[in-house]
Design a protein around this ligand. Structure first.
Ligand code: ADP
Ligand code: MG
Length: 375
């Protein structure tokens, strides 16, 4: 596998053309690369900014090979592509990220077992192969616990919080359809995440620790720097993880901090992450810039500078409904609209980032603006 610097004018192939693919493409183009994207959605956000578009399903082997033939390097914007197909592509084409990280992280059970092997602190969990395994969860973890599908979950989809026995029927239905894991439900004080890029010769670059708030399990806002003293501890956890999982490019580790101020690793996204979007305006390099530098074999900046504290808020369909008329009055809002042509209340349609010297005041002003959102 070649890992020397990719020349300007070379082509980067991206599997997946959502907003992450689009923002990757924008960084790649700034640096002089061409972009080809493969996506099953004819109207995906990235295809409007890509040089070429392959309209195909993610498991269409012929289309994946076509992407391989046309690209000098391949990357992906999400983790739910088949690791087997990725493995076969890795043997034929230049894919510096490899397939192992995806293979580990697309299965919550294997992910948790790897985190355990790496000796990171994680919430207690057990495997749920069939509905009757719930009795083991009740015995070994106890209420409340959260049932999560092994495969394919995102934004809280495929999860049931089992507060007491009245939720067992619902959990049984889920487990009878798909294998799951049960995980201790923690009493959370805060959620934080750390975005990291690994480049050539295993160079590591960390973004500042990000503080995240979710609503209905979808990221609502990110504040940077995180208002906690856990940054060094989070970096130490990441160091343990990268000894066990081989990463190249940008990835994000999500953490929980419980009310006792203990830090737990939640999950890892092997790609740029929603909680790193603020870096486009608030840092000297964005998480997409460093990702492209990494996969094109270039040196990374040694340290990422946060230019100013910042707040990123997601714009779901329900938020756009109440806020879009106000954008023109707020030049301090860096508004990103992804270009999805169907608006749905819970669909991520865009985000906005505000750089500020007074996080608390700006947070309050923004919350007032988002107040009308109907959950
Ligand atoms: P997804 O893949 O959907 O992002 P997560 O496991 O990150 O799944 O869960 C989504 C959100 O649900 C978390 O960010 C957190 O707010 C909440 N959550 C998940 N697991 C737990 C837990 N064990 N304890 C407390 N809250 C949790
Ligand atoms: Mg998550």
């Amino acid at each position: 596998m070649s890992f020397s610097k990719l020349k300007f004018g070379s082509t980067i192939g991206i599997i997946g053309g959502g907003q992450l693919g689009k923002m990757m493409a924008q960084s790649a183009q700034k640096m002089g690369y061409k972009v080809i994207v493969l996506d099953p959605d004819n109207a995906c956000p990235c295809q409007y900014v890509a040089h070429e578009f392959i309209h195909a399903n993610y498991d269409d082997q012929e289309a994946l090979n076509q992407l391989g033939e046309l690209s000098d390097v391949i990357t992906y914007e999400f983790e739910n592509i088949s690791s087997k197909q990725l493995q076969s592509l890795v043997s034929q084409y230049n894919i510096p990220q490899g397939y192992e990280a995806i293979q580990t992280l697309q299965d919550r059970l294997i992910e948790k077992q790897s985190l355990q092997k790496a000796q990171t602190q994680i919430a207690n969990f057990i495997q749920l192969t069939e509905p009757k395994d719930l009795s083991i969860a009740i015995e070994q973890i106890g209420y409340p616990f959260i049932v999560k599908t092994r495969f394919g979950g995102y934004d809280g989809k495929g999860q049931i919080l089992v507060k007491d026995q009245s939720y067992l029927d619902e959990a049984e239905v889920l487990i009878s359809k798909q294998e799951c894991v049960a995980e201790q439900f923690l009493d959370l004080h805060k959620e934080v995440s750390l975005t990291v890029t690994i480049g050539k010769d295993n160079q590591i670059t960390y973004f500042p620790l990000q503080e995240n708030e979710h609503q209905n399990q979808i990221l609502f806002k990110t504040i940077v720097p995180a208002r906690t003293d856990k940054e060094q501890e989070a970096r130490s956890e990441v160091k343990k993880i990268i000894e066990h999982i081989h990463f190249v490019g940008t990835f994000t580790v999500e953490f929980f901090i419980d009310t006792q101020n203990n830090l737990y690793v939640n999950e890892i996204a092997p790609r740029p992450h929603n909680s790193g979007h603020y870096s486009i305006e608030a840092c000297d390099y964005s998480q997409f810039d460093t990702h492209i530098l990494a996969i094109t074999g270039q040196k990374l900046p040694e340290r990422i500078q946060l230019l100013k504290p910042s707040i990123m808020m997601n714009l779901l369909g329900r938020d756009l409904d109440i806020l879009e008329d106000q954008f023109s009055n707020h030049p301090e809002w860096h508004v990103h609209i992804y270009g999805k042509n169907v608006r749905k209340p819970d669909r991520k349609m865009g985000h906005l980032t505000v750089l500020t010297d007074d996080i608390n005041e700006t947070e309050q002003l923004l919350l007032n603006k988002f107040e009308g959102r109907h959950n």
